[in-house]
Structures are given as C-alpha cells and as structure tokens.
Design a protein around this ligand. Structure first.
Ligand code: SF4
Length: 347
C-alpha cells in the first residue's frame, strides 16, 4: 500500500492525512490495519513484547482524574493499600517475569513521589536488577520533581511511564488538579535523565477524532519510545461510570493510526483492550507490538494463559521467550488477586 511505503521511506504523517485516516469508514478499517501491519512487520517482525504491572500502592490518591478508579472521591470497589513491602513487590514482579514479561512496570498511585518513595522504588529496582538483569524496569509514580528521574536512573530504572492521556485541548475536561503542561514537564525530565520515555493515551473519554490525532502527533513530537493505548474502563463509582463510547472498530482504527504516525515506536495494547477490542484483539496485534500480560492496576485482565494463546493464535511469538499457548476468555471486574492480596497473581 502506498501510504505504508511512503512512511517506510521516511514520510511523516501530517495532521490532515491523519484525520482522514481516523475517519476511515468501518468497511475499510482492515485496509488501514494492513497498512499499519507492513510497518509493524518492518520494525518488529512477528514479535510481541510482554509487560507486567505491579501496583505498589493502590487507591487513596488526592488527584481527581475522572477516568481513574483510584482518584479522590472514587467509590469504585477496588483494592486500596499503601506501599507493598519490597519483598512482596519483588515477589509480584517475579510472577510476571516467570510468565514471560520483558518489562516490569512498578506503579504507585498519587500525584507524585516523595524522595523517600523514590528510595523505596530504588531498593525494589536494585533487587530485581540483581536477580533479573535482562528484564527492563519501568517506573510510573506520577509527576517528578527535579533530581528524581536521575535517582531512578541510578537504580537501574530503564523507562518511566507518564501518560499524556489525551489531547492538550481536552485535558481540562478530564482532570482539574494538574495540567497537561505538568505531564509534559515530567516527560521532559525523564528524557533529560537518559531514561526511556513511555507515554500514552486513554481513549473513550469524550475526545473527538481530531483530538485523537492531536494526542498521537503530540506523543510523536515528545519522542515517546513506547505508547500504551488504554481504552477507558468506566468503573462504577467514578465520574465516567456508564461511558461506553468505543467500538471495537474505532479502537482498531486508533491503534492502526498510532502505528502509521509512529512507525518504529513500541505501541502497546493496554487497559480495557479485552472489553473494547473484544474479538479484534488479534487483529490489533498486527498494528501493535506490545501487550500488558494479565491484570491491570485495578481491573482484572483476561487470564495470562489466554494472552499467550492470543499471541500464538495470530502467528506471533513472545519476545525473548518461548511459551506454550492455551485457552481464551474475557473479563472486566475489579482486581482481587496479586499485589495487595494473599491470592496468587494472574501471571
Ligand atoms: S491517574 Fe494517577 S494521579 Fe490521577 S487519580 Fe489515578 S492514581 Fe491519582
């Protein structure tokens, strides 16, 4: 397809073309995915990278992000706990590593970390790197202050996640306790510290097609090395409860557009993929090259074994691992296993 050939040759997707692609008729979305798949194959072959989330601290946040079940005022029936003990954090991370994760994401709720929180993560990262030097570590702790990204880099943290979440023009509609510019500033700090910047989106928040394009091109311009695409899980008890505006084909269009806008960037299918992409998850993997394995921060994902089956059934292989495929299934209920519970993790 000419579009993919042009991008492969160095053409950069412009805003007008991106908006036209975002408005692809449903009957032609697979053509868009095909174009994206050519770039995915060129840069990532048949590989799928697995990432595993460990929620070090859940709920109890003072920010008012309207999409988040951990936010101030949220009545969502999620697990709430303060910092995991370091040994427990390592144990949870190792479940994901054993399940095939190439990257472990160490996440904590809150506006941003205190310096003592950075030291906690430092200890966890050191322990994990000692035992698993080949596994990448990503931290996601909120807005960073000066010097904190550098300290995380010293601990061996490879990447830092801080999503822009949505377009700058839509940001004030989704949260009032911080600004888009605060998020961008943290991403810039991460890059200056030599840490890989992971930043992505949550779609399904009432944004327009033009705002999806705005956000994707902003991520490209920010130089995000990996882009997780979350699909809103509208938990009961949050301001977004009942907001089901995505269709599987719209999700697929967004993922394909992300690949066309950012051809050699890691594009990750993230939270909500099971309930929004549904039967199209496998097709989406022909544009995306990365998944979260198992559960999310507060919501359960499908069984880890089903993730592996999804990958194998679509002719892909797990990056750096060879795992046997099994089964299939879908779920969207509050997480009640893994970190913060006595129940074995889903990995
Ligand atoms: S997204 Fe992060 S900062 Fe916002 S409410 Fe949730 S935990 Fe707090």
């Amino acid at each position: 397809m000419r579009l993919a050939r042009d991008i492969s040759a160095g053409a950069v997707l412009d805003q007008t073309t991106a908006l036209e692609l975002m408005q692809t008729p449903e009957s032609e979305v697979l053509d868009l995915v095909y174009a994206a798949s050519l770039l995915r194959r060129e840069h990532f072959g048949r590989r799928v990278r697995l990432n595993y989330l460990v929620n070090l601290k859940s709920g109890l946040c003072q920010e008012d992000c309207s999409y988040c079940s951990q936010a101030l005022g949220s009545q969502a029936p999620i697990l709430k706990y303060s910092w995991l003990e370091p040994e427990e954090a390592v144990r949870q991370a190792e479940a994901g590593i054993a399940g095939g994760a190439a990257r472990v994401c160490l996440v904590a709720s809150g506006r941003g970390p205190m310096d003592r929180d950075i030291e906690r993560v430092f200890g966890i990262a050191e322990a994990l790197k000692h035992e698993h030097p080949d596994v990448e570590l990503c931290a996601c702790l909120g807005l960073l202050r000066d010097g904190q990204a550098e300290r995380l880099a010293e601990a061996g943290i490879d990447a830092y996640n801080h999503n822009i979440n949505t377009a700058e023009s839509h940001h004030d509609e989704i949260v009032s306790t911080h600004h888009y510019s605060d998020r961008v500033e943290t991403i810039e700090k991460v890059k200056r510290a030599g840490v890989s910047a992971c930043s992505g989106l949550i779609v399904g928040l009432g944004e327009t097609d033009a705002q999806i394009v705005e956000a994707l091109l902003a991520l490209r311009d920010l130089g995000a090395d990996s882009i997780p695409i979350n699909f809103l899980v509208p938990f009961d008890g949050t301001p977004r409860a009942g907001q089901w505006e995505l269709t599987p084909l719209r999700c697929l269009t967004i993922v394909a557009l992300a690949r066309l806008a950012c051809p050699d960037t890691e594009i990750r299918l993230a939270g909500g993929r099971e309930i929004h992409l549904r039967g199209l998850q496998g097709i989406a993997l022909h544009a995306a090259n990365s998944l979260f394995l198992g559960d999310y921060l507060t919501a359960e994902g499908q069984a880890a074994a089903d993730d592996l089956a999804l990958i194998a059934d679509n002719g892909f292989t797990v990056e750096d691992h060879s795992l046997e495929p099994v089964g299939a299934g879908v779920s969207a209920v509050a997480r009640a296993r893994g970190a913060g519970t006595a129940v074995l993790p889903n990995a």
